[in-house]
Design a protein around this ligand. Structure first.
Ligand code: CA
Length: 139
């Protein structure tokens, strides 16, 4: 379990950050794109609530995904997941460090696809499905 959930973005890759909720409490995921020196150069917040509901960007509920890249230098995506039982006062959720699956180029498909899944828990049943964030990148 980790309180710092980060995924590396290789130069030239582009992709999306999306999330779903499976929770009665409000969920909030702060997504920060950071340079190697630690500075945040872009960010957004995904919000959502309910069973099997796609999260949307807080600044525009019509946007279910945050799109990024490609970048000229290595970047890191940091995700911070929080929940609010009353919809207003957010607290940190428990997070499982992201698990990443990489599909490398092969003869039938020259692209590299990378999918990182971040699970979190807002209560005591420890099913770690209350807010699920997916970071998809490809080149
Ligand atoms: Ca739970």
């Amino acid at each position: 379990m980790s309180n710092v959930s980060s995924v590396e973005l290789e130069p030239g890759f582009r992709g999306t950050v999306t999330g779903i909720t499976r929770a009665g409490y409000s969920q909030r995921a702060t997504v920060e794109i950071k340079k190697a020196d630690g500075r945040t150069v872009a960010s957004t917040t995904l919000v959502g609530k309910g069973e099997n509901v796609p999260m949307t960007q807080e600044v525009n509920p019509a946007l279910p995904a945050y799109a990024f890249g490609p970048f000229a230098e290595p970047m890191t995506v940091k995700v911070t997941i929080e929940f609010a039982t009353d919809g207003q006062h957010f607290k940190r959720s428990k997070e499982v460090a992201p698990v990443t699956v990489i599909k490398k180029p092969d003869e039938s498909s020259p692209q590299t696809y990378v999918v990182s899944t971040l699970l979190s828990e807002d209560s005591t049943d420890n099913d770690f499905n209350d807010c699920i964030i997916s970071i998809f990148q490809y080149k």
